[in-house]
Design a binder for this molecule. Structure first.
Ligand SMILES: [Zn+2]
Ligand SMILES: [Zn+2]
Length: 70
């Protein structure tokens, strides 16, 4: 038996967790639970830790997030 191990399928626009995000100084966080947040202006994806995004912004979809460049 040779089952396929893991199927990495991420939504469009979300890069693999090992990648750097679009932040000027990406902290390159690693781990199984790395959260990403998308800027509502430039539609770039960022690590939550890299842009110091408050958790409430991530959890409430009606709050828009803007990265440091926007
Ligand atoms: Zn990052
Ligand atoms: Zn932006």
């Amino acid at each position: 038996m040779n089952e396929p191990s893991e199927d990495w399928s991420l939504p469009d626009g979300v890069q693999y967790y090992d990648n750097l995000c679009s932040a000027a100084k990406c902290l390159n966080p690693v781990g199984s639970k790395v959260d990403w947040v998308m800027c509502d202006s430039c539609e770039q994806w960022y690590h939550v830790v890299c842009v110091d995004c408050p958790m409430e912004v991530i959890q409430k979809e009606n709050i828009q997030f803007h990265c440091g460049l926007c």
